[in-house]
Structure formats: C-alpha cells, structure tokens
Ligand binder design. Sequence first.
Ligand code: BTN
Length: 322
Amino acid sequence: MTIPQVNHLLELLYDRGDGYFVSDELTAAIGVDRTRLEKLIELLGHRGHALERNPARGVRLASPIRLDAHLIERELGTRRIGKHVICFDELDSTNDVAFDSARQAEADGLVVLAESQRRGRGRMGRKWLSRPRSNILLSALLLDPGKNLSQDALTIAGGLAVAEGIEAVGVHDVKLKWPNDVLLETRKVAGVLVEVRTVERNRAVVIGIGVNVGAHPHQELLDSPATDLVSELGHDVRRIEVIRKILQRLDEWVYRISEGKLEELRTAWLRRCGMLNERISVACGDVRHVGWLLDVSPLEGLILSTDDGRRIYLQAGSSRIL
Ligand code: BTN
C-alpha cells in the first residue's frame, strides 16, 4: 500500500505544477489521516523529492524536481522504449549502465537516466559535460538479436526524437546537423551517441542522449557554440516532460525502423537539415571530403557529390560536418 500511496502523492503534487496543496486536500485525495500524510511526505523525501512549505498556502514540490521513474513511466504509451526506467543520482555514463543490463532479455527498451555523469562521453571521443541536476542524460537500450536495427538509422532517429521532443515543449525551428547535433540556429542544445556492443553473443544497441535543459557548458570548454532550453525559452522547463516527449518520439521512430519503414525517417531528417544542396566539408577520420550535400540514406549515410563527379556515402558513426 505504501508505494502506491507515495506515488499518488507525488502525482498530485507534480500535476499541480507551481500550485500549492493544503494538507486537508491531500489527505482527502489519498484517503489517509494527517499522521500518515506526514509519513508519506517523509518517504517522498527519501526518494529525493523535497517539499516547499508555505504557512498560508500549503505545500508543493520544490524545484528543480528530481528525476523520478514513476513520473516518467506513467501513461507513457510507448510500445518498447521506457517500459522500465531507472534513475540514478550519479554514475560514470548512462550508456555503460544500459549496456550492463543487456544480459537480461527483459531489459529491451530500458531507459537509464542520471542527474550527473562522472565520465559522460560524446561522439568522436569527446567528453559530454553537464551541470548536475540541470539537464537530461539518458540512454535507451535495445536488444537486437536479429540485427534488424541499423546503427545509422538509429542515430538519425535519436536526433529526430530529440528535435521533436523539445519542440513539443515550445522551442521552434530545431535543426539537425549531420548526423545528429541538435541545433537552435547555430547553437548546440543536444547530442546523440549511438553505441553497439555484443553482449553474450547478442547485439545490444544503446542510444545515448544529452539535452541541455537548465545549463550548458562554458564556451571555452567546447569547440562550437552551445545553448540550453531555459536560456532559449526564458522560463523554467520541466525535464520530466521533455524526457517523456523524447521517449514517445524515439519509440515511434524505432518502431518504424524495425518495420523497415525508412522513407519517413529520411524525409523528416532532410526537413530539419539546413544544408541540403549546399557545399559542405565533412570529416571522416583523418580524411576531409568536400562537395554538395545531395541526400541522406538512413542505411548508407550522407550522400555527397564531390568535385570530381563522384557520389560518396558517409556513415553516421564515423563522419561529421565541419
Ligand atoms: C555528442 O557528442 O553530441 C553526443 C553526446 C551524447 C551524450 C549522452 S549523455 C547520456 C549518454 N551517456 C553518455 O556517456 N553519453 C550520452
């Protein structure tokens, strides 16, 4: 009985947003007396949720609201992604923890979240920096014994899911820079790192997503400009809402990929790419390719027409636009 009651209390407080509750409203809604309510509030505290008490107005959840698996999983409505969610205060990398669960068949779709990472990784061997309790650090695990899920297609799907997820909370014109830097104008607000490992002879894929919500790293720590959602929108943003939207969109794209429906992925990505038919420079390891951006193929990569008339394909895992 205790956990459902704590969850119920948390839902009530969360759903009221900035508003307060007087104790009598809460005791009536949950069907407990005041002593029991205080006990439930104490248990909520053990889960990391502090309450703000105002003598005249009552209680409400203190900001920033801690990540909470129940609030994320509740009525999420996804087929695969986010059926199980776990939240950590601190870990090395959410991608690694997701891979650690890959031995268990029921871990397919697991989502790992953290308030902070000690060794967050970005693409191309870079670090991913994030101020604790401010941003989204998320990894989704997919078990793929049949090898149906292309890493490149999932990389594109990750960027699209983030772009659509953050638009759902009010930012506009989110662009994608190959393969999946998520940009607001020229400023990076999120990044995606898709990794593949073999775990007990099974293929495991982790889609790692970092979104700057309440903070972004200092310019001198980065090689390109960055931003965060709160700075762009000028008001507070609930991380849990952004996470839910991203998971819902990611679930949809992963479903389409698993069904072999890749054309929509291609057109959705092209709509968000500001560089179609432009002359671009792409780094692929130590090699630099210059040419006109013609198209994207979810399975084969970015399609470039080079000056010597060749058409080349650059895979998402190993290339980036300079
Ligand atoms: C990029 O370089 O743009 C990709 C950044 C990906 C960062 C995320 S944060 C959650 C997950 N865990 C990691 O260690 N990296 C990814």
